[in-house]
Ligand binder design. Structure first.
Ligand SMILES: Cc1cc2nc3c(=O)[nH]c(=O)nc-3n(C[C@H](O)[C@H](O)[C@H](O)COP(=O)(O)OP(=O)(O)OC[C@H]3O[C@@H](n4cnc5c(N)ncnc54)[C@H](O)[C@@H]3O)c2cc1C
Length: 544
């Protein structure tokens, strides 16, 4: 075999970077990371606002499209995914959210002991250094810097907080502290004005060790087996097919789209599907690619009577000023996310816990269709937006290979808004946006509602508008679900793939259910915990 390592990690994304670091830390293992994309040393990746530029950039992005979706009136949803060192953590919007404590207790109660809130909290803390300091909930010496630049955020955020209070909601100083509920500022993964991707936090420090290596532009085409034991992987690098042996384990961390794809291409999945494409099954696991969950977001746009970020970022001299400010001082709007504040709220008082995530942004923009130009162009008038998304959708989709060709994209059917429950919660959320706009704090600064506008009033009209305009906020997950039953689940509580040996999946795809919030922080937590599980297993193996 031309290459031999102890652990071979597929994908240098949020999870893969954590694993590379933790598995190589004690110097006892040789670790190889294979990444399909290239270097992240690019200005628009390192610059926080560059998110808008990488959104459609095929040089760093897989640029997936779903099938036409009946729930969103047969529109296709565009799904960016990082194809670059750092994975999606290199192109994401940097909002840091852990989710609700109950989300993890739900994971445990679904038959996953060891994954309840008290079990995962130590790993959230271990992963981070929080700008606000450590306490019972927050970490102070982990690799991932979590910033709280609220002093730099737009003053309109405070107007939003006032409106929320007038509507009866509380202000929460830390969504990632004791309780998530309320409105507040978003914390972001940046440091010194630069993006804090998982690569910056975890991978680059690991690559300084002589037992950790990264090969970029290396697309894994299949996992190799001897019987049911994973022995290594095959990958294409610079046009050449190469093989690497994994002496201990292969770990698939290719993300919620590509991890199930790699499993299916390697003979792990629904045997009927595999047969259709002439792939010899290694083990039958019908859950691969099923159980797909994602967050859908619905947005209302307002023309404002007071200045917003549009006033700073639309005119050329404003852009020039913001650029100079960033280059000279590493601060200003280019050093931040556009998602500066929001909330986790109950769309109706009868809801037992927050079921809606809100994003309030002091900017409005026209979004370009995929591939035409950078994502956002601020509008020429002052404006702001407010949006809602259901935190724990009940709709379940699926994705699957459409060919045995590892370079062909998978077919994605998210099945958005396919339950009455999801539609009901989105409708309640849309009405909540309207109610907030009527509070004195917001009413006094709204010139007019631009989209959807006054023509949309009744429940039916709102539902139609939700189906016409709601779209992903890029959190696909659960496609290699962790669970107790191999008839539906793909991995056990140790992230080991059922039915085979020496193979794990560790990334967003193993979430049993989607958590209430953004998925990067929780994915990093999963990889932190999985690293310990893998290293514990190694100790046991060496005693056998
Ligand atoms: C545009 C966008 C905005 C987002 N905003 C936020 C946000 O503000 N906050 C937040 O918390 N989350 C956000 N997310 C989601 C979050 O970033 C992801 O959930 C998380 O990064 C996923 O981590 P992962 O390890 O599962 O996969 P990824 O980080 O996507 O990593 C998978 C890696 O595997 C590589 N790979 C795939 N297939 C192969 C193969 N065959 N061979 C080799 N390598 C392969 C990929 O190139 C990639 O580098 C956003 C995502 C996107 C796309």
């Amino acid at each position: 075999m031309e290459l031999e390592f102890d652990y071979v990690i597929i994908g240098a994304g949020s999870a893969g970077c954590v694993l590379a670091n933790r598995l190589s830390a004690d110097g006892k293992n040789r670790v190889l990371v294979l990444e399909a994309g290239g270097s992240d040393r690019r200005f628009w990746i390192q610059t926080p606002i560059g998110y808008g530029k990488t959104f459609y950039d095929a040089a760093v992005n897989w640029k997936y499209l779903t099938e036409p979706e009946p729930g969103i009136n047969n529109r296709r949803s565009y799904w960016p995914r990082g194809k670059v060192v750092g994975g999606s953590s290199s192109i994401n919007a940097m909002v840091y959210i852990r989710g609700q404590q109950q989300d993890y207790d739900d994971w445990r109660d679904l038959g996953n002991p060891g994954w309840g809130w008290q079990d995962v909290l130590p790993y959230f803390k271990k992963s981070e250094t929080y700008a606000g300091g450590g306490d019972d909930f927050r970490g102070c010496d982990g690799p991932l810097y979590v910033n709280n630049p609220s002093a730099e955020y737009h003053p309109l955020c405070r107007q939003f907080f006032e409106a929320a209070q007038q509507q009866g909601f509380g202000v929460n100083p830390d969504f990632n502290g004791a309780d998530q509920e309320g409105v507040g500022y978003y914390q972001i993964t940046t440091r010194d004005g630069r993006r804090m991707s998982a690569a910056r936090a975890y991978l680059y420090p690991a690559l300084k060790r002589n037992n950790c290596e990264l090969i970029t532009h290396a697309q894994v085409t299949r996992i190799r087996f001897s019987g049911r034991v994973a022995t290594g992987v095959e990958f294409v690098h610079k046009g050449r097919t190469r093989q690497v042996e994994a002496r201990r384990e292969v770990i698939v961390s290719a993300g919620a789209i590509n991890s199930p794809q790699i499993l299916q291409l390697s003979g792990i999945g629904d045997p009927e599907l595999l047969k259709d494409f002439g792939i010899e099954p290694v083990t039958g696991l019908p859950g691969v690619g099923r159980n797909l969950q994602d967050h859908l977001d619905y947005c209302i746009y307002y023309k404002s009577l007071v200045p917003t970020l549009n006033n700073r970022l639309y005119p050329w001299w404003g852009k020039l000023f913001a650029g100079a400010q960033y280059l000279l001082f590493r601060n200003g709007p280019l050093s931040l996310s556009v998602n500066q504040c929001g909330g986790f709220l109950r769309s109706h008082p009868s809801r037992p816990r927050p079921n809606i995530q809100m994003y309030f942004a002091a900017i409005t923009y026209t979004t370009a269709p995929p591939g035409q130009r950078p994502l956002m162009r601020p509008d020429p008038y002052p404006g702001f937006l407010n949006s809602i998304g259901q935190t724990r959708p009940t709709s379940r989709g699926h994705l699957q290979i459409d060919s045995a060709d590892p370079f062909a994209p998978v077919t994605i059917n998210p099945n958005y808004l396919s339950t009455d429950e999801d539609l009901a919660q989105m409708l309640e959320g849309a009405k909540l946006l309207r109610a907030l706009a009527k509070t004195p704090a917001l009413a006094q600064i709204i010139d007019e509602e631009m989209r959807p506008g006054p023509g949309v009033q009744t429940d039916d009209e709102l539902i139609e508008d939700i189906r016409n305009r709601a779209d992903t906020v890029f959190h696909p997950s659960c496609t290699c679900m962790m669970g107790p039953d191999p008839k539906t689940a793909v991995v056990d509580t140790n992230c080991r793939v059922y039915g085979v040996e020496r193979l794990r999946v560790v990334d967003t795809s193993v979430f049993p259910t989607l958590i209430s919030g953004n998925t990067n922080g929780p994915t990093i937590m999963v990889a932190e915990k999985a690293s310990d599980l893998i290293l514990d297993g190694r100790e046991r193996q060496s005693f056998q």
